[in-house]
Write a protein that binds this ligand. Structure first.
Ligand SMILES: [Zn+2]
Ligand SMILES: [Zn+2]
Length: 318
């Protein structure tokens, strides 16, 4: 049986920024774009996010939702600028902004003082520090969960699951069903050949399950209790602000070491770990990667411009 073509559903990550509080000429503060289907989710919005969106030719109009982890500047100071630019571009599509309590007050005050006149509606979703499903449709789900940082901080888990009917070309080619009927089969309709024989869709196609998950954890101390929320996630982004030799500093400032992030990825049996939120003291990131890989081999360094298709556990491109 010929198993169909490459999946046509998009579930892709683009990293715009990977630095912690102090950026450098090569690194920008936290921001990522997650594409699920045709919709773009912007996760955190540090300074320069809009410039990075522009550099990577991201279609701003496709961003329907901005999810902010917390109100530290390296995760949110790009937001007023981006919203202002949306207005300059005469955006009309509504936007959802999610974050811990205070995100609305933060943004509205800046926009008020700058006398920005919104050209579109913003719906705010301010979150308590608890695990909660914040979005669900027939194939996508977003769960917010509390992290352990110095101020209220949320992580986000994105899940997608969809049944896709694929044409079984080997079986179809044994019939004389016209080409223009193939689409009907994929839509789950029955079709007829030239003799009048009727084929039910299951005779000429098969069901494939598209299932993906991605979790975003920044900023946080090592938090083992999240295992129940994030178990078996396909791809985990987890901050790795410091090497483990600075464990005391990590605990004190509400961050995680590379070793701890790898241990967490192993604990939850993630498919792949992406690192990020690096302290500016690290000019070269190889030691962070090596520290992670000694515990969790399938670790990838997150960096500006990294584009990654989220694949199911066991199929990741290492
Ligand atoms: Zn941060
Ligand atoms: Zn922070």
């Amino acid at each position: 049986m010929q198993k169909g073509k490459k999946n046509s559903i998009h579930f892709e990550l683009l990293i715009l920024g990977s630095s912690s509080a102090i950026p450098s000429d090569a690194r920008f503060p936290s921001s990522q774009v997650l594409r699920i289907g045709e919709e773009l989710f912007l996760i955190d919005c540090g300074e320069a996010s809009q410039n990075r969106l522009w550099s990577h030719r991201v279609r701003w109009s496709k961003i329907g939702w901005i999810l902010i982890s917390h109100l530290h500047g390296d995760h949110v100071y790009g937001l007023p600028g981006l919203i202002t630019s949306f207005c300059h571009l005469q955006r009309t599509q509504p936007l959802i902004i999610t974050g811990p309590m205070g995100i609305r007050d933060f943004l509205e005050n800046i926009l008020r003082h700058s006398q920005v006149h919104l050209t579109f509606d913003i719906e705010y979703l301010e979150l308590d520090q608890k695990v909660q499903v914040i979005y669900k449709d027939d194939w996508r789900k977003i769960t917010a969960f509390p992290l352990d940082h110095r101020i209220p901080t949320m992580g986000y888990l994105f899940e997608a699951e969809k049944k896709i009917r694929r044409l079984d070309l080997e079986k179809v080619q044994k019939t004389d069903i016209p080409l223009d009927h193939y689409q009907k089969v994929v839509k789950g309709e029955s079709v007829q050949d030239s003799t009048g024989r009727i084929y039910e869709p299951d005779e000429l196609s098969f069901i494939e399950i598209f299932k993906r998950s991605y979790a975003y954890c920044s900023d946080t101390r090592y938090k083992e209790s999240l295992v129940s929320v994030l178990k078996n996630v396909d791809v985990l982004y987890h901050e790795t602000t410091y090497l483990h030799e600075l464990l005391d500093k990590a605990i004190q400032t509400g961050h995680t070491t590379a070793k701890q992030a790898a241990e967490f990825a192993k604990l939850i049996q993630a498919g792949q770990l992406i690192t990020g939120h690096y302290s500016s003291r690290y000019k070269i990131l190889t030691p962070i990667l090596e520290e992670c890989q000694s515990i969790f081999p399938n670790t990838v360094l997150g960096y500006e411009g990294l584009k990654l298709e989220i694949l199911p556990r066991g199929n990741e491109i290492g």
